[in-house]
Design a protein around this ligand. Structure first.
Ligand code: FES
Length: 71
């Protein structure tokens, strides 16, 4: 499913980037993939996909949600 239409980024792109490159915040996604760097409408969905990925991979640890909130 496409998450960011402006940058053509899918859920899989976010999951792969989080796993492969250790991305753990919306800011990381923005810097590496360009997610939420234009209209910003995808930010909430992208954050959700990232949080889910971090939980599944055991990397959430509370700090991630703080980092996501700050991004
Ligand atoms: S849909 Fe992601 S920046 Fe526009």
């Amino acid at each position: 499913m496409y998450v960011c239409l402006c940058k053509n980024i899918t859920c899989s792109d976010i999951r792969e980037a989080a796993a492969r490159e250790g991305l753990c915040s919306l800011r990381d996604l923005k810097d590496r993939l360009g997610v939420a760097s234009q209209c910003g409408k995808c930010a909430r969905c992208a954050r959700g996909v990232l949080e889910e990925t971090l939980r599944e991979t055991g990397r959430a640890r509370g700090a991630a949600s703080g980092a996501l909130a700050a991004a």
